[in-house]
Design a protein around this ligand. Structure first.
Ligand SMILES: *Cc1c(COP(=O)(O)O)cnc(C)c1O
Length: 382
């Protein structure tokens, strides 16, 4: 079965992208490994000619991604950064980008080094402040990149307000929706032109596939991205496309449980550490909670909390068992880490201190284990 316009999100997670057009009417897409396809006449391919340009398994996934994000086209890449880099290939030397100052470190590095070398300059701003975004726009600004909530301080930006400002300035709006997923937040419906995901995280959901995806609601922009897939070639292989589609089938269930568990833990951490030391967008006292509540359906599965110093953080994260000490996020298993020393070590210390990313900050990706096991694990480590 395929989906119909009125289908609810849960139904679309299970069925999006699946078509029964093969001879065997399989309920899942085949993993089509063939890199080339026979053509009945010269330059007359049936549906596919060469797998860099298009592959049936990848196409099924891309259709599913477009469906779930409410877009008209989807595109899948070999990593989140490969997807991001392909978006940046839409730009030319002399173009300008406005990017959230606390965006994913890899996105910032890509802009500051690779894009800068190609003549694309970026201004980094606090995108919670819409006026700051406005002030950073120049006639050359072609793209605004926003992440909400951010990593690891879960700062919230208003997608609709920033999109309006970007569009007034003639720029494309790209929203990194990795933390929320389309289960909880739909950037395209809030004005974004491109919803971006490191699908390595929640969309895959099992820490076993590295991937990036894009969804757009603009046919012409979609066609330009399709051209770039062909021209640049950073596409997602068929096996990985299949794994990612398998992950999508339970996205709605996983996000519900991730959020439920995180919310319970966030409240208990507030009791233990004080509200000022816990960062979770689902908490009423969280800075930006109202904006988050208006544009997202729950707080998601990511939270951070502040311990006095690096030593206290280290002692905690090396004692947990259910929360395994590792980078990355968004999978069924709970993970814990110290951003200042791990994921965000490349951010200069002065910049970290300025945004509140202190050495004692601990970030957790709350998995779908039993929440009481999760809490006793943390409580024991404390
Ligand atoms: C991991 C991540 C990326 C980069 O994606 P990769 O799949 O690791 O290349 C981009 N944005 C966010 C928010 C991420 O968490």
């Amino acid at each position: 079965m395929s989906t119909q316009p009125g289908d609810a999100f849960a139904t679309r997670c299970v069925h999006a992208g699946v078509t029964l057009d093969s001879d065997v009417a399989a309920v899942n897409p085949a993993i089509q490994l063939s890199t080339t396809f026979v053509q009945p006449d010269v330059a007359q391919p049936l549906r596919f000619d060469y797998s860099r340009a298009g592959n049936p398994t990848r196409e099924a996934l891309e259709n599913a991604v477009a469906d779930l994000e409410g877009g008209v086209t989807g595109h899948a890449f070999s990593s989140g950064l490969a997807a991001m880099n392909t978006v940046l290939q839409l730009l030319s030397s002399g173009d300008h980008v406005v990017c959230a100052e606390d965006a994913y470190g890899g996105s910032i590095r890509l802009l500051r080094t690779v894009a800068a070398q190609a003549g694309v300059e970026t201004t980094f701003v606090d995108t919670r402040d819409v006026d700051a975004v406005q002030a950073a726009l120049k006639p050359e600004t072609k793209l605004v990149l926003l992440e909400t909530p951010t990593n690891p301080l879960l700062r919230v930006s208003d997608i609709r307000a920033v999109s309006d400002v970007a569009h007034d300035g003639g720029a494309l709006m790209v929203v990194d929706n990795t933390f929320m997923t389309p289960a909880l937040q739909n950037p395209l419906a809030l004005g974004a032109d491109i919803a971006f995901h490191s699908a390595t995280k929640y969309l895959g959901g099992h820490s076993d596939v590295l991937a990036g995806v894009l969804a757009t609601n603009d046919e012409e922009l979609g066609a330009r991205l399709t051209y770039l897939q062909l021209a640049v070639g950073a596409v997602l292989p068929p096996f990985d496309s299949y794994l990612l589609m398998r992950g999508l089938k339970t996205l709605h269930l996983r996000m519900e449980r991730h959020s439920q568990n995180a919310e319970v833990l966030a409240h208990r951490l507030v009791d233990k550490l004080g509200a000022e030391n816990v960062y979770y967008p689902g908490l009423a006292g969280h800075d930006g909670h109202d904006v988050h509540k208006a544009q997202a359906r729950s707080g998601g599965g990511m939270l951070s909390f502040r311990l006095p110093d690096a030593q206290a953080a280290r002692e905690l994260v090396t004692k947990t068992r259910v929360f395994q000490l590792a980078e990355s996020l968004g999978a069924v298993e709970s993970l814990i880490q110290v951003p200042a020393a791990m994921t965000h070590a490349s951010v200069p210390k002065a910049m970290r201190e300025k945004t509140g990313l202190t050495d004692g900050l601990v970030r957790v990706s709350v998995g779908v284990e039993d929440v009481e096991d999760q809490w006793s694990d943390l409580a024991r480590a404390f």
